[in-house]
Design a protein around this ligand. Structure first.
Ligand SMILES: *[C@@H]1O[C@H](CO)[C@@H](O)[C@H](O)[C@H]1NC(C)=O
Ligand SMILES: *[C@@H]1O[C@H](CO)[C@@H](O)[C@H](O)[C@H]1NC(C)=O
Ligand SMILES: *[C@@H]1O[C@H](CO)[C@@H](O)[C@H](O)[C@H]1NC(C)=O
Ligand SMILES: *[C@@H]1O[C@H](CO)[C@@H](O)[C@H](O)[C@H]1NC(C)=O
Ligand SMILES: *[C@@H]1O[C@H](CO)[C@@H](O)[C@H](O)[C@H]1NC(C)=O
Length: 296
């Protein structure tokens, strides 16, 4: 990990890659360093592109294209646009890094192998919402080198309604099944609780309620997102499909003496996508009405 230890918040960003998953362009190096299959997001169930037809994986190019490291989960949000967390594509000073470093594996519920490299999309632009000025703006839109055909993936629509603690929500990703653990080779999903506990504000001055830029979650069962899930989808069901409530940002243990930052009664924050919808529409150059799902 490459984050400043003085920044406690950054340390607990769920995108920090302790778990390493690398795709090598040379197949003979491949098997050795690809992590073995673990079972989850914490307490997750295996899921697929039937539920998550927009799911995508973000990789960073290493060694001049000799290998690609999985860093975050991401979603197709328009034919040629991806949404993910800003911290996934930012440097230690919270500045956006070069688009040329990134690759996307789109519409697959399993992490890429060497055979998928030829299908990777590249990134031509990264649009930020002001992460360097506030952790609450932990969202970016990536423009792809070409449109994604509907046979590969379907863009996710945004959930535009009020987020209450009774709204059933689920989070999905390829992240660790326990803090510090390896990433999951298969997409996992888990049911979590939206929270409006005073702890949500106590652990994050950017959170006042679930109608602002962030949604708070605290789940006593232990169901949670973790490292590698960053940028991944927090969804609710609307009109029979999964629509985007938010994207995984960061979380921490309410016992601040602990360095384990995911799990039961840990507090997690998601960037609320609808809060940013007009900004997203402007960078995609579409009307925001085309991005949201209206209840039938
Ligand atoms: C696998 O990872 C280890 C530790 O990072 C490294 O020393 C080794 O060279 C890697 N193996 C291959 C085949 O790249
Ligand atoms: C936790 O998530 C799992 C997997 O999605 C689900 O089966 C289980 O019901 C969830 N637990 C609670 C208490 O909702
Ligand atoms: C949420 O918090 C913001 C900022 O403090 C406040 O302006 C807004 O009225 C609150 N909204 C609700 C629905 O409570
Ligand atoms: C959500 O909260 C309810 C009520 O406290 C609890 O029964 C349930 O297990 C919680 N769900 C999760 C995923 O922790
Ligand atoms: C946070 O989750 C970890 C397990 O990953 C657990 O050990 C810890 O007790 C949890 N924190 C709180 C405040 O319950």
């Amino acid at each position: 990990m490459h984050l400043l230890s003085t920044l406690r918040v950054m340390l607990s960003l769920t995108g920090v890659i302790c778990a390493k998953y690398t795709v090598f362009t040379d197949p003979s190096s491949a098997s050795e360093n690809q992590t073995s299959i673990a079972t989850s997001i914490i307490n997750g169930a295996v899921t697929g592109t039937d539920y998550y037809p927009f799911i995508s994986q973000l990789y960073i190019t290493e060694n001049n294209g000799f290998s690609y490291n999985f860093i975050c989960t991401a979603e197709l949000i328009g034919q040629q646009h991806i949404i993910t967390a800003a911290h996934c594509v930012s440097d230690d000073n919270m500045k956006l890094r070069s688009p040329s470093l990134y690759r996307l594996n789109i519409g697959s519920a399993t992490l890429a192998t060497v055979n998928d490299i030829s299908k990777f999309y590249t990134v031509t632009n990264i649009y930020g919402a002001g992460f360097a000025t506030s952790f609450a703006n932990d969202v970016v839109i990536l423009k792809l080198n070409k449109p994604v055909p509907s046979s590969v993936a379907t863009p996710v629509k945004i959930y535009p309604y009020k987020i209450t603690t009774s709204l059933p929500v689920e989070v999905a990703g390829f992240g660790s099944t326990y803090y510090g653990g390896p990433v999951s080779k298969t997409l996992l999903r888990t049911i979590i609780n939206v929270s409006d506990s005073p702890n949500c504000a106590a652990f994050n001055t950017d959170w006042a309620n679930n109608s602002g830029p962030l949604v708070c979650s605290i789940s006593p069962s232990g169901n949670d997102s973790c490292n590698g899930d960053s940028g991944g989808p927090l969804v609710a069901k609307l009109n029979g499909k999964r629509v985007l409530v938010g994207t995984v940002s960061w979380g921490e243990n309410m016992d601040t003496s602990s360095t384990i930052n995911c799990g039961a009664n840990n507090v997690s924050y998601y960037v609320r996508t609808a809060y940013f919808v007009k900004w997203i529409a402007s960078v995609m150059n579409v009307n925001y009405n085309t991005l949201i799902e209206i209840a039938n």
